[in-house]
Design a protein around this ligand. Structure first.
Ligand SMILES: [Zn+2]
Length: 284
């Protein structure tokens, strides 16, 4: 069990002793849809329901802890405790009855400090949970697996604060780097095949003596020959051996070369045509 030194301890029984252990990997923030103090949240969990969160936070920044952070609490549905023993730490925060108001500056400050402690104490990583079971920080409605039948908790104002103030504040205060939003993947760089290195590899493999010249461009050319239907996929192995040479000769014949011009050793014109069709450029 772990108790945050910055919170008033209002231990909730029997839950605190009877619920299973978790290894906390997530921190999930909620609005409780009531303008309650931390103590009033505790009384509600104690007297009115068998649900609970780990923490409660009033408008004035009063913070209470009801369950140790290494014990399951019931605020986040499938994130409460997973089959691998990991789970989420949860906080309910005072809000208006519509859940539409922003956190007060005092609440923001306490959320940041608690987030830093959870990072340091439990190693919760400084990122926003990318999936429902991904370690990190989040808010209730971020992943549908965190609510029994959907939720609008917390409201838009607090989601914006989470992304713009609270989470960046945790990262900055914890001394970490701000984790940038994932960028769309860059288009793959167009491979470049060096003609002279390719030819050197083709002339030494299979090796007459010693080891063949190894060159990554061989694989680029082989992949193109596979797409042309001239080389079996399993024979594209990065070595310009007999199979590759036979396939390249077929490509040359397809371009109406013959004789020594179709010997399977790449030349500039045939390689340029293959590259133009299959997305690589050539150099020498
Ligand atoms: Zn919630």
């Amino acid at each position: 069990m772990a108790w945050y030194p910055g919170a008033t301890k209002y231990e909730l029984q029997p839950e605190s002793d009877s619920q299973p252990a978790i290894r906390p990997t997530q921190f999930i923030m909620h609005s409780i849809i009531a303008p309650w103090t931390a103590k009033r949240v505790y009384e509600y969990w104690r007297d009115s329901t068998n649900l609970e969160s780990h923490f409660g936070l009033g408008y004035e920044g009063d913070l209470g802890q009801f369950i140790g952070t290494e014990t399951r609490a019931d605020a986040n549905y499938q994130a409460n405790r997973r089959a691998d023993g990991t789970g989420a730490v949860s906080i309910e925060t005072a809000s208006n009855l519509q859940g539409s108001d922003p956190w007060t500056p005092e609440q923001v400050e306490e959320l940041i400090k608690l987030g830093v402690w959870l990072h340091q104490k439990h190693g919760i990583p400084l990122r926003i949970c990318r999936t429902w079971d991904d370690p990190g920080f989040g808010y209730h409605r971020l992943h549908e697996e965190w609510a029994v039948s959907g939720t609008s908790c917390p409201g838009d104002a607090r989601v914006t604060q989470f992304r713009e103030v609270v989470f960046p504040g945790i990262v900055a205060r914890a001394g970490g780097q701000t984790v940038p939003a994932p960028k769309p993947p860059a288009p793959p760089a167009r491979p470049v095949v060096d003609l002279s290195r390719l030819v050197a590899a083709a002339r030494t493999d299979p090796p007459r003596s010693g080891t063949p010249v190894s060159y990554p461009g061989v694989r680029t050319v082989e992949d193109a020959l596979v797409k042309e239907g001239l080389l079996a996929r399993g024979l594209a192995d990065g070595h310009f051996g007999t199979a590759t040479r036979t396939a390249y000769a077929a490509w040359q014949r397809r371009l109406r070369y013959s004789g020594a011009d179709a010997d399977g050793i790449p030349g500039r014109a045939s390689l340029a045509k293959l590259g133009a069709k299959h997305g690589f450029t050539i150099t020498d």
